[in-house]
Design a protein around this ligand. Structure first.
Ligand SMILES: Cc1ncc(COP(=O)(O)O)c(C=O)c1O
Length: 368
């Protein structure tokens, strides 16, 4: 009998102890940005090995503010990859600058150094590589540029010198969306060793105000000023309370994802119709994707079998907005398109049991 299991695409790892911290915040008057956010920022900075972390409302907000803090504006170009979630290039558009795509390496899906050189013009102000699926994109070849890393997928990854994102660049942005390794529902952070950049991002996350609410109202009232135009991109104490404990458990979760990853690799090794994205031991191993022909057919069939799946990603340059505004067409970035036409993401999270993984492997092999 063909029993169908229901396997979610993702399950978060928030525990009772995190809910306990959240309850403490709810008992206090300060629900928005305050001491708990500061505690989270310090803890994450320690984990990453950077001097400064600024917590914000999303990774998109972190990308937007860090680009602005670098002075990127209308007339500038920022080179990035089309093999990403469109938040990466949208953040460049928010500043008034133009995202210029460079094709990716076909084996890894990471932005390709030669393509970056070809995309460089006199207007190029920065490079924004993405650590796709958790793989660490080597930023060393881009050191002649200003580098902002999109590390939405890569909290735990390290380069060959054990450096986490944000350490060997101008800064890195992280996401705490539910499918990421730690989550507060929504949330993000910017990490950097550059104090000027960190201060600017911190001020801009709160409208450009010189003092946060807990400083204004904490003890004796203090007046605030507004020095630059900012946004409401704050993280709340509620979100930070959920995240603090997850930092301690993050490496354990990556360990479990690696075990599942190995099961998948072994399970698909002999299937000639499945191509795998190359990876190495430095990767955060956040997303496991297979490349298959007839991807949409396979995707729908797996859904019929109760398996949660996703597409990460259809290349950004072929989304309607980008096609219409910039005139992109098929064939512009062949490697990104090759991956984008075939990629299919399978469930990968610590709560997935071995028998569920076996089920996914069996169904994928059969359907493909
Ligand atoms: C590569 C990448 N960059 C940026 C983002 C945006 O993150 P957020 O939803 O926290 O704004 C995502 C979200 O999934 C992402 O996958």
């Amino acid at each position: 009998m063909n029993t169908i299991k229901n396997i979610e695409f993702y399950k978060h790892n928030i525990k009772h102890e995190d809910a306990g911290r959240l309850l403490e915040v709810l008992k206090s008057p300060f629900l928005s940005t305050g001491k708990v956010v500061e505690e989270f920022e310090d803890k994450l900075a320690g984990y990453l090995g950077v001097k400064y972390v600024v917590a914000v409302s999303s990774c998109t907000a972190a990308l937007h503010l860090s680009l602005l803090a670098l002075g990127i504006a209308s007339g500038d170009e920022v080179i990035t990859t089309p093999m990403t979630f469109m938040a990466t290039s949208n953040a460049i558009l928010y500043t008034g600058a133009t995202p210029v795509f460079a094709d990716v390496d076909r084996a890894s899906g990471l932005i390709d150094g030669e393509s970056v050189i070809r995309a460089t013009t006199r207007k190029t102000k920065a490079v924004l590589p993405v650590h796709l699926y958790g793989q660490v994109c080597n930023v060393e070849p881009f050191k002649r540029y200003t580098i902002l890393e999109d590390a939405a997928h890569c909290l735990e990854g390290e380069d060959n010198y054990c450096r986490k994102p944000g350490v060997n660049s101008d800064g890195a942005s992280f996401s705490f969306y539910p499918t990421k390794s730690i989550t507060s529902g929504e949330g993000g952070a910017f990490a950097t060793n550059n104090k000027v950049l960190a201060d600017e991002v911190r001020m801009m996350r709160n409208h450009g105000m010189t003092k946060g609410a807990h400083e204004r109202y904490g003890k004796k009232y203090q007046h605030w000023n507004m020095e630059i135009l900012g946004y409401n991109y704050r993280m709340s104490n509620i979100q930070a309370a959920l995240l603090i404990g997850q930092i301690d458990r993050m490496d354990g979760y990556r360990q479990r994802r690696t075990e599942i990853w190995d099961l998948y690799e072994t399970g698909f090794r002999d299937n000639e119709k499945i191509e795998l994205i190359s990876t190495d031991e430095h990767s955060a191993k956040l997303m496991f994707t297979i490349l298959v022909k007839n991807r949409d057919m396979v995707l729908h069939e797996l859904q019929q079998q109760g398996i949660g799946v996703a597409v990460n990603y259809r290349p950004v340059h072929l989304l309607d907005y980008y096609r219409i505004r910039f005139g992109y067409k098929e064939g512009d970035y062949p490697n990104a398109e090759y991956i984008g036409n075939r990629t299919l993401t399978l469930p990968l999270y610590p709560k997935l049991t071995d028998s569920e993984v076996e089920y996914v492997i069996e169904k994928v092999n059969r359907v493909v």
